[in-house]
Write a protein that binds this ligand. Structure first.
Ligand code: AMP
Length: 289
């Protein structure tokens, strides 16, 4: 496994790898969720690239950029064990050199949900992902359903800008008690860690209600809010039942929807989601190749 920092080194090493290459973009502090993407890539592609970059442009002024957990040595050892070929760990200056002024903006899909609460977040995400696609030239790129809006936004960007690659969306990996794995779970103390299972409990309560015949979007939203309201250590930011195509809030009876939420557990902001309806996540975003 080669681990490089400069774009020049990356391009030189990338050119030596067999086609097609599968790319897994990450911000590091890797857990089983990240590794599940690497394993999926490994099952489908002869070469695997991973990026580790805590992207400053997707963090707001009050976000946790400085405190975001980092452990590069451990990350590299995990990736080596998974048989990854090439890791890029650029500096912020390598990614955004002096004079940088080109940004990728996706319109409607970035307005609700995370975009509403984190202005500029998806502009930062889309720009860095576009740069990663150009640098690695992958045939497939792997994202987690954990960040469902991100995956949908990136699928849109790939279609709109004719990136010649396929987006694969992989299921959310959870702890045994249902908490979605996240690098930010490291911030939780013992009591908060226990309370954090309420996101999973709220989502599964809504899924169960839907399966039992409750199809009204308002009722599912209220049910999730009710479950959250019984947990004193948490503060919900939003609870959503949205259409998977527009990410706009639904009303009335639904047959398919993205259930999602952002919740503060103490000072830590956690997100989670599940899909209700006959079809799961559309994993093939490719209309170009
Ligand atoms: P991050 O390092 O948080 O930017 O995540 C990098 C990639 O891993 C993104 O595509 C995430 O959606 C994905 N990911 C993060 N947590 C999980 C999880 N628990 N299960 C599956 N994928 C995940």
């Amino acid at each position: 496994m080669k681990a490089v920092t400069t774009l020049k080194e990356l391009c030189a090493e990338r050119a030596k790898l067999a086609e097609p290459l599968g790319l897994v973009p990450t911000m590091g502090y890797l857990h089983e969720g990240h590794l599940s993407l690497v394993r999926q890539a490994k099952a489908e592609c002869p070469s695997i690239g991973v990026s580790i970059f805590v992207n400053p442009s997707q963090f707001g002024p009050d976000d946790d950029l400085e405190s975001y957990p980092r452990d590069l040595d451990r990350d590299l050892s995990l990736l080596k064990d998974e048989g990854v070929d090439l890791v890029w760990m650029p500096t912020a200056n390598e990614m955004y050199p002096s004079g940088f002024q080109t940004w990728v903006t996706i319109e409607g899909l970035t307005q609700p949900l995370e975009g509403l609460r984190r202005p500029g977040h998806f502009r930062g995400v889309a720009t860095v992902v576009a740069k990663l696609f150009n640098a690695f030239q992958p045939s497939k790129a792997y994202f987690g359903q954990k960040d469902a809006q991100q995956a949908i936004v990136i699928q849109r960007m790939v279609r709109d800008l004719n990136f010649p690659l396929q987006i694969v969306v992989c299921p959310t990996v959870r702890e045994p008690d249902g908490l979605a794995m996240s690098s930010r779970n490291a911030y939780l103390n013992a009591a908060e860690r226990k309370a954090a299972t309420v996101l999973y409990r709220a989502l599964t309560a809504a899924i169960d209600a839907f399966v039992s015949g409750e199809q009204k979007a308002e009722a599912l939203r209220d049910l999730m809010s009710d479950v959250l309201s019984f947990e004193s250590l948490i503060r919900p930011e939003y609870v959503s039942v949205a259409g998977l195509d527009t990410l706009e809030e639904l009303t009335g009876p639904i047959d398919r929807a993205l259930l999602s939420m952002a919740v503060y557990v103490g000072e830590t902001r956690l997100i989670d989601n599940m899909i209700v309806g006959e079809q799961g996540f559309e994993t093939d975003g490719d209309t170009n190749s």
